[in-house]
Design a protein around this ligand. Structure first.
Ligand code: GLC
Length: 534
């Protein structure tokens, strides 16, 4: 165990992501809002989460539901105003919790005044704030780069005769991070919120921020198959993860470091070896480059074990690990692995070494909600139809009680609710000892009370079949975690000589308090957290 015994909040505590449009609607317009979050802070406090990351609530035409920002220092009127924000921040801080904002530096909205100026003429002083290129001699796009939302990443502006780059929608032009004025302007936006007292940022698509200086064509992806997103036809070798991106991250970090105990989190979808470079030289990059392996990997013990080991081995020394189980871009965990395994997934998230990030609603077992095509909002569905890429299913309203619209709104919810919300909601589950919500609450409490679980060292324990096993060790206590990632019985013989211990927590609560040792039979979907006798 690391001798250091003072860990920072973002190392030992849990981060909880709120998608503000879907959390709680206090105004009755069908969309969640900042006042709604304020009203639900008691719930979050009782759950035991600390870092509240709120997806974008800034002014936005909502082409990408807030990830197209038209004013980085304002509040979208649908979601509230600056007074609401101030009250929310105060409420969060009063409870000893922290607020993490979502900062979207790769692109703004095309309706941002900066872009409006930039596109107004070739010699506008803000022309170079975005990425403009001449057409090829035949009039076609400057290179073959693709948009994540389908089609070319370039759109021609007829008026000035040049193309602008957009890694996402044409309504999300990429800012030019090679221009020092952009740095200054964007860092000032971060400073605005830091001065207000926010505790950190989750930086949107951090690995995409800078592009190849020569704008070389991306090579084809030899592994592409028709069922993949069209974006995957090419390998984004020249349009993402460029060496210069680390200078930008370092600058952001320099800024956040001026404000004590803040955290810089990077949204980064890259293989582990590349991901860990975002900790930066001398750990001067992101403190938490999001680790999405639990979101991406097939739910198989051996695959996950290999990934955990690779991750642990790749971390820079003193680089703090983190794990994410869900977010607003990915199918919900209960849909991916089923309701029983979702409990195993919770145990994994909350007992692995590193900061856990939870997605709102997973704690009550919310699943993806089928959204008929004609009701689709998300551009990933409307622009790339028929591939099942739409993200509306995992963004549906939080289920608070059994009343109409699950108590989310008095109006018409912006997305439909899960059909069985009468069973799966905060009020009903609070009364049921065996509910997912109480499972999470008990586990989070245990994690908070045992240093070995929140900040202790991690040791893999070899296991076979669909079983994952590991130890967590603190200065005084050690725990053995054994998880059955499948729906078959498994025999386990943890390679720990002469071990014995007491079950402190389990998916099968009748086992809690029992002494166990040696070789075990694990029931389907069973997870055990055992305090080892030392
Ligand atoms: C990030 C966000 C996603 C958004 C995209 C473009 O991946 O999580 O929701 O669509 O960036 O901003």
């Amino acid at each position: 165990m690391n001798r250091k015994d003072t860990y920072l909040w973002w190392q030992k505590e849990i981060i909880y992501q709120i998608y503000p449009r879907s959390f709680y609607d206090s105004s009755g317009n069908g969309t969640g809002d900042l006042n709604g979050i304020l009203q639900k802070l008691d719930y979050l406090e009782e759950l035991g989460v600390k870092g509240i990351w709120i997806s974008p609530f800034f002014p936005s035409p909502m082409a990408d539901f807030g990830y197209d920002v038209s004013d980085y220092t304002g509040i979208h009127p649908l979601i509230g105003n600056m007074d609401d924000f101030d009250r929310l921040l105060e409420g969060i801080h009063k409870r000893g919790m922290k607020m993490i904002l979502d900062f979207v530096p790769n692109h703004s909205s095309d309706e941002h005044p900066w872009f409006q100026e930039s596109k107004s003429s070739r010699d506008n002083p803000k022309r170079d704030w975005y990425v403009w290129k001449d057409p090829k001699p035949d009039g076609s796009e400057p290179n073959n780069w693709l948009s994540e939302f389908g089609g070319s990443a370039w759109t021609l502006d007829e008026n000035t005769g040049q193309y602008y780059l957009h890694t996402y929608l044409d309504k999300q032009p990429d800012l030019n991070w090679r221009n020092p004025e952009v740095h200054e302007a964007m860092l000032n936006c971060m400073r605005f919120w830091l001065d207000k007292g926010v505790d950190g940022f989750r930086v949107d698509v951090m690995w995409q921020m800078i592009k190849d200086k020569q704008f070389r064509d991306n090579p084809p992806n030899p592994d592409y198959t028709e069922d993949m997103s069209p974006y995957d036809k090419l390998l984004p070798v020249y349009s993402s993860d460029q060496p210069e991106v680390h200078d930008v991250v370092r600058e952001m970090r320099k800024l956040t470091d001026q404000y004590p105990e803040t955290v810089l989190i990077g949204e980064i979808y890259l293989p582990i070896q590349d991901l860990v470079t975002y900790y930066g030289h001398d750990l001067q990059g992101a403190q938490l480059p999001f680790n999405f392996q639990l979101v991406e990997l097939p739910w198989e013990a051996r695959r996950i074990e290999a990934a955990i080991n690779e991750y642990e081995a790749s971390l820079p020394s003193e680089g703090w690990p983190n794990w994410v189980l869900g977010n607003h871009d990915k199918s919900r965990i209960a849909s991916r692995v089923g309701p029983q395994q979702a409990r195993i997934a919770a145990m994994l998230l909350l007992t692995l070494k590193g900061t856990p990030t939870m997605y709102y609603g997973d704690e009550i077992g919310m699943t993806d909600v089928h959204i008929p095509v004609e009701m689709a909002n998300d551009p990933r569905e409307t622009k790339v139809p028929g591939k099942g890429l739409g993200r509306d299913p995992e963004r549906t309203p939080m289920q608070w009680d059994s009343s109409e619209n699950a108590g989310f709104t008095n109006g018409k919810p912006w997305l439909p609710l899960m059909e069985n919300y009468k069973k799966f909601n905060v009020a009903s589950e609070s009364k049921d000892q065996d509910s997912m919500l109480n499972f999470y609450r008990r586990l989070i409490k245990l994690r908070a009370s045992e240093k070995a679980l929140s900040v202790g060292d991690f040791y893999p324990v070899p296991a076979e079949g669909n079983v994952l096993a590991y130890r967590r060790e603190g200065p005084k206590k050690a725990f053995l975690i054994i998880l059955n990632l499948g729906d078959q019985k498994e025999q386990v013989d943890p390679e720990l000589p002469q071990w014995k211990g007491t079950v402190r927590f389990s998916t099968h609560s009748e086992k809690e308090g029992k002494e166990i040792k040696g070789s075990l039979i694990l029931q389907p979907d069973e997870g055990l957290l055992i305090e080892l006798k030392q």
